[in-house]
Ligand binder design. Structure first.
Ligand SMILES: Cc1ncc(COP(=O)(O)O)c(C=O)c1O
Length: 386
């Protein structure tokens, strides 16, 4: 059998429908490479499953059903070698909801939540949303690769600290943390008796063939017992607005506390999201593999184009469809006040690093057809005088 072909080059007009990504620049010639959704249609297997469910016509309250649970359990085993008990699953409408809930059960108001920046902006606000204190340390660039500053991590922990909020693989720096790093983080959590909330939403998007995502909770029994792992089909199979995610919480007591915090606040998961999740985990791997090959090509394009832009640099993302651009030299060179506005004026919409805790940086989403990416990169090159 020949491998099925999926057409990632096809340009699908998103201007004709409401969307955050394209709506921000309605009526302007700005290519949006910002918010983290892709401009590709979801996998055919997902779209077909949704059609079948919609054709039924009745959309009553629905809990996760056995074949959905089975598809997720088998998917985690197949993709990450992680054996989970179905009872560990807690269904959620979103991962952001999931880590805000984790903060809400980490200690008491006034206690601390540790995280490493730069990071996906809701990480920086979740502690405060739940009356906790953000305890932030910085990831560091060492020889062109992002990594942990272990001394800074140790320096940011104190008696208030209750939880480590981890992004793995990491948005925006694109690292796939290796087993040694994850072990060190798990040891750190054990030594300081911290919960771990590990947002692994990007785990299906490992680009480098020699990197492997490892759930931190899969390391050993101690890590499993102290960890809330958050996952979703939304990034990998591009169904974020269908709102379906899940937590994996092996420890029964922690799971009980988590479910208790959800009561009366967190709604049922959208039935269409669950239909999409089952199809994605069960049948979505050929599409995912083709997507990864395409994204690798896009990443190479970005690396090459940015290398030629004066004043901008980036470390090669190992995962995600996000590139984290250091624009500080460009800003200094041209005396730019607002670097996101500078590129918007040139026709490219990027995410402003200041919301990730890193002014002077921009995040570029390369999850789009190559023609769109090439046009955006050409506009950036022209603006920077490359
Ligand atoms: C690390 C990370 N977590 C969570 C989310 C959003 O998750 P959800 O839409 O399920 O709340 C994103 C979206 O970009 C993300 O990058």
């Amino acid at each position: 059998m020949t491998a099925p072909a999926f057409d990632f080059d096809r340009i699908i007009d998103r201007r004709s429908l409401p969307s955050e990504k394209w709506g921000r620049y309605a009526g302007r010639d700005v290519l949006p490479l910002w918010v983290a959704d892709m401009d590709f249609a979801a996998p055919p297997a997902v779209v077909e499953a949704l059609h079948r469910r919609i054709d039924h016509g009745v959309f009553g309250y629905t809990d996760a059903w056995p074949s959905l649970v089975e598809a997720v359990v088998e998917g985690l085993q197949r993709d990450h070698g992680w054996t989970i008990d179905p009872d560990w699953l807690v269904w959620l409408p979103g991962v952001v909801t999931g880590f805000n809930l984790a903060c809400a059960i980490a200690g008491k108001p006034g206690d601390g939540v540790l995280t490493a920046a730069p990071v996906y902006p809701p990480f920086l606000s979740a502690p405060e949303n739940t009356d906790r204190v953000l305890q932030r340390c910085e990831l560091v660039l060492q020889e062109g690769r992002w990594g942990w500053d272990w001394a800074a991590l140790e320096a940011s922990v104190d008696a208030r600290s209750q939880m480590l909020l981890l992004c793995s693989p990491h948005n925006p720096v694109g690292r796939v943390f290796d087993e040694a790093e994850l072990r060190r983080l798990a040891d750190f959590a054990r030594q300081h008796d911290l919960l771990i909330c590990s947002d692994e939403i990007h785990c299906g998007l490992v680009l480098d063939e020699d990197c492997r995502h490892r759930p931190i909770a899969a390391l050993d029994a101690d890590a499993a017992q102290r960890t809330i792992t958050l996952m979703a089909p939304s990034k990998t199979w591009n169904v974020p607005a269908l709102y379906c995610a899940f937590a994996v919480i092996p420890d029964a007591g922690l799971r009980r506390r988590y479910r208790h915090a959800m009561r009366g606040i967190v709604p049922h998961v959208n039935v269409l999201g669950m239909v999409a999740a089952e199809a994605a985990y069960r049948y979505g791997d050929p599409w995912r593999q083709a997507l990864l090959a395409y994204l690798r090509g896009n990443r190479d394009r970005v690396m090459e184009a940015v290398a030629a832009m004066p004043g901008i640099s980036l470390a090669r993302p190992e995962a995600t469809y996000l590139a984290w651009l250091d624009c500080r030299e460009l800003i200094a060179e041209y005396n730019i006040g607002d670097v996101a506005a500078f590129f918007e004026a040139a026709g490219v919409g990027l995410s402003d690093g200041r919301y990730f805790g890193a002014p002077g940086w921009l995040r570029l989403n390369f999850g789009c057809p190559r023609a769109t990416l090439d046009e955006a990169l050409a506009r950036m090159a022209a603006a920077t005088g490359a």
